[in-house]
Design a protein around this ligand. Structure first.
Ligand code: F6P
Length: 801
């Protein structure tokens, strides 16, 4: 089954066939049935509640009814009973039990009174009717009545008991003899009106109790009748409500689908359906456009990337956030201003994307003439001479740069994410700077999105690299609808290692402000998800690689980065033989020299020391190369404020000197360490001149030098020796893949490269060039934009539900 994030999933499947309409109806009816079940359940609860209330109420009424009837029956015949009652102090000490029995029999003529009895004050049974149950004890009820009054004296007793014939209600009413004479009669009349008990009257005397037994089966029958009525009412109501709901839903569905079908066939639309049909039309058009684009296929080019941006995201420009600016303006010693292209894989990849898309690149203004070259809004149009986008420069104080860039980013996160010889250092003051600088850049991005008081509420923002882990969330707070695509250019460590960072959860939260978080490899995506799992409260969808948190979702996907193709520098630099001749000439080397080349920022993750040691091992083991093979290392100084980098510079120079000393002869020196910034044209010239290029990174997210070497070799010559620990080794499988720590293996590979027949070189290079042609940086950006477009579409659909 397709899911919405599947690249090939149809976004609005129901427009495709009648079968999908039917399955849509089934799904719709299923939700209606769910609703009906809930409705029936609610009605059942209501009936159950009503049943309880009514039962309690009728039982209360019945109890009060019995009490009243009992009271009335006994008080109606009280004078007769008193007169006939056994009384030792009267002239009839035995009383008249037969006459009392007649009175009691008269009481049982009421169909609800089953039996009656009269008990004297000493607990003996004076008279009893025929059906009186023997289990009802005279003594026990007398004793209970003796203390049942409100003041602890005589009072009425009422009980329910179970008997063979069913439940019985038993009541015992004290028989009280009051004063005699006209005065007493008058007082009794007054008391009766005031509700005063006989027993509380002066001179009153209790003679015993009268017991009445009521049949409760009557009450039960009444209760059952009420329950039957409630149950019947519930069944009728539930059935009627369910049928009405289902009929109404079916009619609504039919009306809706026939309206959509009519619309798809080009018929008119009813006014109430117009807004939603407008959305349907828009979606169909977009899906069609995307299909056409995919069917169109072909190579990813700047034009195709721009088309993706405008057609799929309705974007005219993008906002790029990256610490390093693509063009640095520097003042030279002669007073002029030069433009430098920084040695940065990030710049190599993103600059062509910006040229294709246009927009603004928000970056740290780090050049000595940067301030002089911006306008009043801190912007400068680039590339010089062929302006197509802008750089918006953000200025940092030396303290900010030290804390955010050198400190937290490059002494903390960089070693944290790379398995190389350096421990991460985390300082609280660096973290403070990192947060403040991220806010500064995030604000600049939002200002650019809303520039000139306009802009869109859903701009497309690319956030680059580990310098800005917090920025996506900060941007999201100001621009909730923005499409934020964040790309992490370096490896993501396993979750245990990532947990070393004291602010690991904040970094994850920050990144999850993105719409998409991209890494070079699936392994890094998995590591990221593991870290989220371990450190945050979030739902992880491992099937579709998404994180859901606080009502938002972020996709986590691999997008292996690449370079522009065709490559601008490869086109500008002369053909391979000319490059070779110029390099040999520049370095004073003989025409038959075998050349190896390495190009890097001077960074300890690049394995430059191991590279030189592999060359040494080669010369040690294979003397045939001594005097012929030279390795040229172009090393751009980088992050030299950091001690570990200063030590690396010294160490590389020392190793080069030692090896040169060991193998020197005449003018021959095997290592040429050219420590300086080299412009891309120079780099390409060296790459094109070399017999072998060795990329020996100890850990590298991708490594674009490897791909640049392939781009430079339009002569299909030269061999790439590539570290297994680079992302590039997953794609460039026709390179000689080595473990740079294994000097035997690496030196073997260099030797094999130098001896490789031309035909094999060509075959390998052709295959690698085909890969980079296809998987170029426009495809990289285009895939992210397409995924972002699908995400937007999905979010719009959800918002309209
Ligand atoms: O590898 C990550 C990365 O951002 C590269 O893209 C770039 O080459 C380098 O680090 C940045 O170096 P710098 O610190 O000089 O900007």
């Amino acid at each position: 089954m397709h899911e919405w994030w599947d690249r090939d999933a149809p976004a609005f499947a129901f427009v495709r066939s009648s079968r999908t309409v039917t399955s849509g109806e089934t799904a719709f009816m299923r939700s209606i049935i769910r609703f009906v079940l809930i409705l029936v359940l609610a009605l059942a609860l209501l009936a159950w509640g009503t049943w309880h209330v009514v039962t309690d109420m009728t039982q209360g009424w019945f109890a009060r009814d019995i009490a009243l009837r009992t009271k009335l029956a006994v008080s109606g015949m009280r004078h007769s009973l008193v007169r006939l009652w056994p009384d030792a102090s009267s002239d009839m000490p035995e009383g008249d039990p037969a006459a009392i029995r007649d009175l009691l029999d008269a009481l049982t003529h009421d169909e609800r009174i089953l039996a009656a009895a009269a008990c004297s004050i000493d607990g003996t049974l004076v008279a009893v009717t025929d059906d009186y149950p023997a289990v009802i004890s005279c003594e026990e009820l007398l004793a209970a009545a003796r203390s049942a009054g409100a003041d602890g004296g005589w009072g009425d007793v009422a009980r329910e008991i179970e008997h063979q014939g069913g439940p019985l209600h038993v009541s015992a009413i004290p028989l009280v003899q009051t004063m005699r004479g006209p005065l007493a009669a008058e007082k009794r009349a007054v008391d009766e009106i005031a509700g005063v008990d006989d027993a509380s009257q002066p001179g009153a005397r209790t003679l015993g109790v009268v017991i009445l037994v009521h049949d409760l089966a009557f009450a039960l029958r009444r209760e059952q009748r009420v329950q039957t009525i409630i149950l019947g009412g519930f069944v009728v109501l539930a059935a009627a409500a369910s049928i009405a709901t289902i009929v109404a839903a079916r009619l609504a569905w039919r009306g809706w689908t026939s309206e959509v079908v009519r619309f798809l066939r080009g018929g008119g639309q009813r006014r109430e359906f117009q807004p939603i049909l407008r959305d349907v039309r828009e979606l169909i058009e977009r899906i069609g456009a995307e299909r056409a684009l995919d069917a169109d296929g072909g190579a990813w080019t700047p034009a195709r990337l721009k088309h993706t941006l405008t057609q799929h995201l309705h974007g005219e420009r993008v906002i790029m956030l990256a610490n390093r600016e693509p063009y640095v303006h520097n003042r030279t010693s002669d007073g002029s201003i030069t433009v430098l292209h920084p040695a940065s894989g990030l710049v190599t990849a993103m600059e062509p994307v910006m040229r294709a898309c246009s927009g603004v690149w928000v970056a740290h203004g780090s050049g000595s003439a940067d301030r002089e070259t911006v306008d009043a809004h801190q912007r400068v149009r680039v590339p010089p001479g062929e302006e197509s986008y802008e750089i918006r420069r953000v200025w940092l104080t030396p303290d900010q740069e030290r804390g955010y860039y050198y400190g937290f980013s490059n002494e903390g996160l960089w070693p944290l994410c790379h398995i190389a010889d350096a421990r991460p250092t985390f300082r609280h003051e660096d973290w403070e700077h990192y947060q403040r600088v991220n806010r500064l850049f995030a604000d600049a991005v939002c200002d650019e999105a809303q520039r000139d008081g306009g802009g869109t509420e859903d701009p497309i923002i690319f956030v680059q690299d580990y310098h800005f882990a917090l920025a996506p969330k900060m941007i999201r707070e100001r621009l909730p609808k923005a499409t934020i695509i964040t790309f992490w250019h370096i490896p993501w460590p396993n979750s245990e290692r990532f947990g070393i960072c004291p602010w690991a959860p904040q970094l994850l939260e920050g990144l999850l402000g993105s719409s998409i978080v991209g890494f070079h490899t699936q392994l890094h995506c998995n590591n990221f998800l593991d870290a989220v799992d371990r450190l945050l409260e979030a739902r992880i969808d491992r099937e579709h690689f998404a994180v859901h948190q606080g009502g938002r979702s972020a996709l986590v996907r691999p997008y292996p980065i690449s370079i522009e193709w065709p490559n601008r520098w490869a086109q500008e630099v002369p053909a391979a033989p000319i490059c070779r001749a110029s390099v040999l000439d520049e370095l004073g080397l003989p025409a038959d020299a075998l050349l190896g080349v390495g190009v890097d920022r001077l960074d300890y993750t690049k394995g430059i020391e191991e590279r030189l040691l592999a060359v040494e091992r080669l010369l040690e083991r294979l003397p045939e190369f001594v005097g012929r093979f030279r390795f040229i290392q172009l090393g751009a100084p980088s992050r030299t404020e950091i001690d570990r980098y200063r030590r690396l510079n010294e160490s590389v120079a020392a190793i080069a000197d030692r090896i040169n000393e060991r193998f020197r002869s005449g003018s021959y020196r095997p290592i040429l360490f050219l420590r300086a910034h080299h412009e891309p044209a120079t780099v390409f010239r060296f790459l094109r001149a070399a017999d072998v290029c060795y990329v020996s990174s100890l850990h590298d997210g991708m490594n674009l030098v490897a791909k640049e070497f392939v781009a430079a070799r339009d002569d299909e010559r030269g061999v790439l020796v590539l570290s297994h620990f680079t992302g590039a080794s997953r794609e460039l499988t026709d390179a000689l893949i080595v473990n740079p720590y294994d000097l035997e293996e690496a030196s073997d590979a260099i030797a094999a490269a130098l001896r490789m027949p031309v035909a094999e070189q060509q075959a390998r290079m052709r295959s690698m060039r085909a890969i980079v042609t296809e998987f170029n940086v426009y495809r990289w950006a285009g895939r992210m934009l397409t995924d972002a477009a699908q995400l937007r579409m999905r979010q719009r659909l959800l918002a309209t539900r």
